[in-house]
Design a protein around this ligand. Structure first.
Ligand SMILES: *[C@@H]1O[C@H](CO)[C@@H](O)[C@H](O)[C@H]1NC(C)=O
Length: 325
């Protein structure tokens, strides 16, 4: 699944229909890994579902509830063991170890999503990658997914935890945790965990913050998905710009949006994949995960991300992880 395409909420029935069609067509094709993005030809209708008052009411940045976990994330979380000078060059192919928390999630042996390793045994991804599917496998330590790289490790998922408030019509709480059958070796350099946001990050808007998206998703409106992991820098925009495209019911304070307008030939990574930023201590912190994009063009319209800091109470509850203040 490359991206969840969304226009306006009332068009969701059609999108789900198209999603099914895509799956059916896909299941008959020979290449299992390559999921064609879901296309429909309805352009986003600016302002159609935008209501200023609804937007202001919903656009609050806050933590869902007080995290209660008491197990710290690994001390190495967010550290990249190897040295990469070109960390912020756009639209590039990743080198092995550059995004050591990146996970390739294979679903029902057919579809793929992105994810991130937040703990040796926990993967964070999007709920729409989990909902309605049966089997999940997580792969780490790889860049080219078409070959069996020596550093690659595949592990089956033991349990799936979809956020209880997930709503597939409005993509509310599009977040899911996968517990692996066994803990991965995160001593690096190709597999490590990414750091989760601080509790205090939950209340800041993140507008104008620049981060990096990584994934095997398609890299332009024309191309298919990629053999190798790619990454691209992106800047967070005001949610209002995003709400004017996707509506003020869908876009709220639990999301963040990025613009693709200023760049050519680059799209986001796969659904569920991580959007990370570096903090002042040079460690990488995941601030978002890929949720939805426009059905028309991923270059012209913004894309929506689940704001990780808005769910750290839930993440802490499910995983037992303690969150930083
Ligand atoms: C990935 O591996 C395949 C199989 O060896 C190869 O054909 C392809 O060129 C590789 N992709 C990249 C971008 O290196």
């Amino acid at each position: 699944m490359t991206l969840h395409f969304l226009t306006a909420p009332r068009k969701v029935a059609m999108i789900i229909f198209l999603l099914l069609v895509t799956f059916l067509l896909e299941s008959q094709s020979s290449s299992a890994d390559d999921l064609t993005p879901i296309e429909n030809n309805i352009p986003p209708s600016p302002k159609e579902n935008f209501n200023e008052r609804e937007f202001q009411t919903n656009n609050k940045f806050k933590v869902d509830f007080k995290p209660k976990g008491n197990r710290n994330q690994e001390a190495s979380a967010g550290k990249v063991p190897l040295n990469f000078r070109d960390q912020i060059v756009g639209g590039s192919k990743a080198k092995k170890g550059q995004f050591p928390w990146q996970v390739l999630v294979t679903i029902d042996e057919k579809y793929t999503c992105g994810g991130s390793l937040i703990d040796p045994i926990w993967v964070l991804t999007a709920a729409h990658c989990c909902y309605g599917f049966n089997t999940f496998m997580a792969s780490v330590g790889l860049v080219n997914r078409t070959i069996n790289e020596p550093s690659r490790v595949d592990v089956d998922v033991q349990s799936v935890h979809i956020h209880p408030k997930y709503d597939s019509d409005f993509l509310t709480a599009d977040i899911c945790l996968l517990k692996l059958q066994k803990a991965l070796d995160t001593s690096g350099p190709f597999v490590t965990t990414v750091r989760l946001p601080k509790i205090s990050d939950a209340t800041i808007s993140l507008v104008k913050v620049t981060g990096t998206i990584s994934g095997w998703g398609k890299t332009s409106d024309e191309s298919g998905s990629s053999d190798v992991l790619k990454y691209v820098p992106r800047t967070v925009i005001d949610n209002k710009e995003c709400a004017k495209v996707y509506g003020s019911t869908t876009v709220n304070g639990n999301l963040l949006c990025i613009t693709n307008k200023d760049k050519q030939g680059t799209c986001q990574g796969d659904s569920g994949g991580p959007f990370v930023r570096t903090e002042t201590d040079n460690k990488f912190t995941q601030i978002g995960l890929v949720s939805f994009g426009s059905s028309v063009s991923c270059v012209t319209y913004p894309s929506g991300f689940t704001r990780v800091s808005a769910y750290i109470g839930w993440i802490s509850d499910v995983t037992g992880l303690k969150m930083r203040n």
